[in-house]
Design a protein around this ligand. Structure first.
Ligand code: GLY
Length: 344
């Protein structure tokens, strides 16, 4: 290829994607195809259980609070809510009745990440993940070590099982096998699919600084020690301050295979809108799904959602099956329909 031709195709690509350009930070390495800074506006996007969270995050960011601190304060509303059985305090336990929590976060401007997995006895794993990010050279602490780390920062150890989550666990335990030694209860009410509730929240301020956080009690009644996608940086959430943030809720095992948070951000880097980037990542997830998790027509037997914001403050939500998400565009917080791959 001649120099003229390659220059022409470069200019053509730039014309086709006017929102993207190149920046070089002090590492000297160019960040390819980033959305041109300068046009950013405040925004927050989350799973639909994050409606209060996006409102809180927006209120804090417009008062000058950092995007990661704002996102963590947003998700803490769910973590501390005993009525929310998918996150933090009151989250559904593992198969032994022990609540094990996962969380991770990324801070765009400082290019740092932190995470905890299988954390027991601490109501707000998002705060512990942020401490890993801020005060250590590590990214992921797990289990007993994560708890000791939290206690060393003054967190109080508490019983995270509420009477509501305990009742749900006892019913699941009684009904899980027809041939076991537990007497079935409440058989008239179907148990339904095991919940994988989670909250992901992504933020951007008017300087274009981005952050993301995801927190969960994980798959209900999981094998003790199981960790899903939420504490996996690049799967449960991801931020590149030059491009955008994205995160997920739904079946973590499916998402981990595709590194969905990272992939969604990479698709935004290529110029896709947040919604289109999420849909493209979902297509990749489906293509990597093992046959036992697909129905005879090739549709997934699970739900997965991505939420994303780009460097301009555009937000979007995408899911395998119809769902919704929470967003704040600087004016108000609303629940919106996701774009989806498969009708119900
Ligand atoms: N996405 C949450 C989990 O699978 O644990």
């Amino acid at each position: 290829m001649t120099e003229t031709l390659s220059r022409r195709s470069f200019l053509g690509a730039a014309a086709a994607a006017p929102l993207v350009g190149h920046t070089v930070d002090r590492t000297g390495f160019p960040a390819p195809a980033v959305i041109i800074p300068g046009a950013a506006r405040f925004a927050a996007v989350a799973s639909s259980n994050g409606l209060r969270g996006v409102a809180k995050a927006m209120e804090l960011m417009t008062r000058g609070v950092d995007t990661l601190d704002a996102a963590v304060e947003g998700v803490k509303i769910q973590e501390l809510d005993p009525e929310d059985t998918s996150v933090g305090y009151g989250g559904l336990p593992n198969e032994e009745g022990v609540v094990q929590l996962d969380a991770s976060c990324m801070h765009g401007p400082s290019k740092r990440a932190g995470a905890v997995a299988c954390l027991e006895g601490i109501k707000t794993p998002s705060e512990v993940a942020r401490l890993v990010l801020k005060y250590t050279n590590h990214i992921l602490l797990v289990g007993a070590g994560a708890k000791r780390f939290a206690l060393s920062f003054g967190f109080r150890e508490e019983d995270l099982l509420t009477s509501k989550s305990r009742e749900i666990w006892l019913r699941w335990r009684a009904n899980r096998g027809k041939e076991d030694d537990w007497v079935d209860v409440g058989e008239q009410e179907p148990i339904g699919p095991r919940p994988t509730g989670t909250i992901n929240l992504n933020t951007i301020n008017d300087r274009g600084d981005l952050s993301s956080v995801t927190t969960t009690s994980g798959l209900a009644f999981k094998i003790p020690g199981r960790s899903g996608d939420s504490p996996i940086v690049g799967a449960g959430q991801y931020t590149d301050n030059a491009v955008g943030s994205a995160g997920s809720t739904g079946l973590g095992e499916a998402n981990i295979m595709a590194c969905g948070g990272f992939l969604t951000v990479e698709y935004m880097r290529q110029g896709m809108s947040p919604t289109d980037a999420g849909l493209a990542a979902l297509k990749r997830v489906v293509s990597l799904t093992p046959p036992r998790l697909l129905d005879p027509s090739g549709r997934p037997r699970y739900q997965l959602n991505f939420y994303a914001v780009n460097k301009r403050g555009d937000v979007g939500g995408a899911s395998l099956f119809p769902s919704d998400y929470a967003a704040h565009d600087g004016r108000d917080a609303t629940v919106r329909d996701t774009a989806y791959l498969f009708p119900k």
